[in-house]
Design a protein around this ligand. Structure first.
Ligand code: HPA
Length: 273
């Protein structure tokens, strides 16, 4: 594992004239518009990065962008790997290990989710303040590699409180309505049954999706601070539940994209390491 991380990192450094990113970004469903804001210096398709898996879902392209956003050097994953695609936890989280090796100190993640909180509307922008891991496994299972992080990492502040406040402040300054909440991550690829949405709300989750949790666990294991933001693209609220399709999820995400882009870009600008 250590050798693979080193090999991939060296390969990216060689292809990018030793680019040193400070912030990592993982773009989720329909949120690719942030890409237009990046002053890209190097674009590497995953196919050209040794050790990276390839993404297979429509709407997720699959390339690494090294460039500037909000005045900082960023490493952006356009397209992520999902458990439901058949990848294992190591493949899904490997890019986060590489981000750490490249020098990344903050990871920004975005995703689309279904909302269980009855106060939410379709299109709600939810700043993630915590998560519940409902995947049947954990990316840290197996022999711990002490060089990468501790055996039993603390998860008391999986999502940096400072970034949650900062994002809320930025949203307020720009008149963007946001809420805060807990993201439950599970495998998919089915959307949830009404009973499952009910269960998720009862156990304390505000929104549910099929990503993010594995990457955040590995980021925290590596000592990377995390900012997470979600677009609630459909509702799993009793009485308001409608049929969900991937197309609808993408459409709502695309509509909300400019607001999310602004928040993430401004947050990156204001982060101090
Ligand atoms: N459930 C799970 N994942 C999702 C949903 C949902 O309702 N919406 C967007 N991603």
């Amino acid at each position: 594992m250590l050798e693979q991380i080193e090999f991939t990192t060296k390969s990216i450094l060689a292809k990018s004239n030793n680019f040193k990113p400070e912030v990592g970004v993982i773009l989720g469903t329909g949120l690719g518009g942030l890409v237009k804001e990046i002053k890209a210096h190097y674009v590497l398709p995953y196919t050209e990065i040794p050790g990276f898996a390839q993404s297979t879902v429509q709407g997720h392209s699959g390339q690494l962008i090294l460039g500037e956003l909000g005045g900082k050097n960023v490493m952006v994953m356009q397209g992520r790997f999902h458990f439901y695609e058949g990848y294992n936890m190591q493949q899904i989280t490997f890019p986060v290990r590489v981000m750490k090796a490249m020098g990344v100190k903050t990871l920004c993640v975005s995703n689309a989710s279904g909302g269980m909180n009855p106060a939410f509307k379709v299109g709600e922008i939810m700043i993630i303040n915590d998560h519940i891991n409902l995947f049947p496994t954990n990316p840290l299972i197996g022999k711990n590699i002490n060089e990468l992080g501790p055996r039993f990492p603390d998860m008391g502040e999986a999502y940096s409180k400072a970034y949650v406040s900062l994002a809320k402040q930025i949203a307020q300054e720009h008149n963007i309505g946001v809420s805060e909440g807990v993201y439950a991550g599970l495998t998919g690829p089915c959307f949830e049954t009404p009973a499952e949405y009910r269960y998720l709300w009862r156990i304390g989750a505000d929104a549910v999706g099929m990503s993010t949790v594995p990457e955040v666990i590995v980021a925290r294991h590596s000592g990377i601070n995390v900012f997470g933001i979600s677009i609630v693209t459909d509702l799993g609220v009793e009485g308001h539940t409608q049929k969900v399709t991937h197309e609808e999820v993408q459409q709502v995400a695309n509509e909300q994209e400019p607001k999310l882009t602004l928040i993430v870009k401004e947050l990156i600008k204001r982060i101090q390491h």
